[in-house]
Design a protein around this ligand. Sequence first.
Ligand code: ATP
Length: 765
Amino acid sequence: MARKIKLNTVQRKEARKREENYLKDLETRVEEYDPKTANAKFFKDLPISSHTLKGLSEAAFIKLTDIQRESIPLSLKGYDVMGAAKTGSGKTLAFLIPILEKLYRERWTEFDGLGALVISPTRELAMQIYEVLTKIGTHTSLSAGLVIGGKDVKFELDRISRINILVGTPGRILQHMDQAIGLNMSNLQMLVLDEADRCLDMGFKKTLDSIIGNLPPSRQTLLFSATQSNSLSDLARLSLTNYKSVGTKDVATTKGETEPATPKTLQQSYVISELADKLDVLFSFIKSHLKAKIIVFMSSSKQVHFAYETFRKMQPGISLMHLHGRQKQRARTETLDKFSRAQQVCLFATDVVARGIDFPAVDWVLQLDCPEDVDTYIHRVGRSARYGKKGRSLIILTPQEEMFLERLKAKKIEPEKLTIKQAKKKSIKPQLQSLLFQDPELKYLAQKAFISYVKSIYIQKDKEVFQFDKLPTEEYAMSLGLPGAPKIKIKGMKSIERSKELKNSSRKLQALSKADNDGEIRDQTKEVRTKYDKMFGRKNQTVLSEHYMNVTGQQAAPSDDEDDFMTVKRKDHVLNEDELPELSLPSSNRAQRKALSKKASLSTKGNASKTVFDDEGVAHPVYELEGEEDFIKKGDAETQKKAYLEKESEFMNNADSADKALAKEKRQEKKRKRLEAMRREEEGQYSDDEEDDERQVYLGTGNLSDDMHDSDESDAEERPSKRGRFTNTSSDSESDSEDDKYGVTELEEPQTLEDLESLTSRLLQ
Ligand SMILES: Nc1ncnc2c1ncn2[C@@H]1O[C@H](COP(=O)(O)OP(=O)(O)OP(=O)(O)O)[C@@H](O)[C@H]1O
């Protein structure tokens, strides 16, 4: 925010008049601006305010990109805009500049409340947008806030009423709309959906409906993405009735188009490799590109975790990092920051960073696992070759997945075929086997990685590309260093369909990787998981595969769970399941209580199936009939009957009170937990749609620059760092310790793309 100089009344009046005139003039320039004749090349050629221009030039944004040239004038004129442009083409500024301008021209003040809302599908992207906003908006008097899920809801609630521009993820925004009394959307002028097609994907739809339902219909709406997969009815939902399409030809998604939706400066390639050789290819690739900046996309967080932990133990000679949605937010942010600043580094990641994230100067994007569709491919490779820079991509396809090339071809994307030089291909299978043998934790990770990969293939929509029944599971397991494939049972197909509806499509891998740890995909809508199921589930987490048990000679705990994918078969004898009695466990809490209740047990007295053993070990029914002589010896039948009934009734009463006391205790415990949950909720410790445990919130304080400066101050614990990712604030010692942590050596010499290419040719021919 511009620093205010104290003025006297006359000076103030004059300044106000000057500003009024300036604003009127600006309005006229916007109205009269004709994009066709203007032929603008620079931001200064556009009808935008000096505040914004100053912010832009300080951030070194001088020349317009195509999408900015085409869309900004239309947005300034008040049209709804549907903007589609290739990855890295500058869409962020294309929607942020109109926001700043609109609110400036409307003479927006902190008392006018929320004027613009920017929705992003991921936290990382929301943070990035917020950073760009704080950079270019530094000379305006507007306030901005970022809500991406966080602990300190109170902090947010206190300030949210003063926020003019709010950037956030759908779940957290909706939560604020529900809870923050100060958050008044009735005045909202502009709504922006970045990665609009993703925002409209399944999973976000309902949340968005609820958000949009609360916004004034008169607002202006801007949608931006590098891919367009949504139907017009979706757009109509967002009241884009009178909208202008910009750049849609640029991202050819239909047959008639001649240009691919990927950047021209991106050199794309593919290799065919057996599934079991993919990790060898990856390792060899990394070894041949030690001076490059690489992102490797994998299909699940478990694969990322496994590859990261094993590769760093094998020390390929480059810094390794990993990033996925199951990490704590702080770790994710730190990795983003470090990766952005590093020059020679390899990041293993899931699709959580496939969209929108602007990592500077990525040389290579590798896709170890085939993406679910072409759009995901486009976004992944788009992390390289941004803003006209050169970049390269390599997708590793299994022979079964070759059909994916047809899918790409249909959208004019034709990567070049490369083959791997046999001499350069190094097998890491023996190393992986030995690592897993030494470290049970790694074996466990390998099993998890195996299971999540198999699951990820199973749930794919495109069954021609992802052929589940042709998966070479044994070979794949061996390639991870496992002695054999863990058993996997997949059932409850409906639940998969349902989870696809619940989660948006590209999050389905994450959703499924969160499925229970026993390797099963269950129909969670129907199946009632009892305490016993959960208990067995937990127990099985520590049980390794049958094959591993055989190799290490460890005794596996016998499991009662028939559905357990990792059941260890008895070595010494075989049980014929048909001969076993049918076993069942109570399937509901009520049935369990009933089964365990002493009172209920007593009601079944006389049941001859219950036996007791005497000192000689002879079994007797509990209520065995006494001989008549013995009975008469004890006295009169009526008295005996009365005494017996009194004894039984006392026993039942005691049992009853014990049951009641237990039930009361449980009720109190439940109440205590509920109150605890409410207390936590008040403190903002609940979760939102964007999953994960630890959240961060940094809201504007009514002053954009304050937001930036706060980051290094004492409340940094509460409000984590907001440093720009592209400013090098790290000390050498920091990076050293990072290397130590990873146990790898970072080579320091900078390298050109040409050098990289010559290195590459050593591996690829
Ligand atoms: N006019 C400009 N001048 C200089 N650099 C620019 C300009 N516009 C954008 N950039 C830079 O280009 C890079 C890509 O911009 P941006 O992240 O907005 O792309 P995008 O189109 O949103 O990409 P994606 O589709 O992947 O989200 C950023 O580093 C940004 O700073």
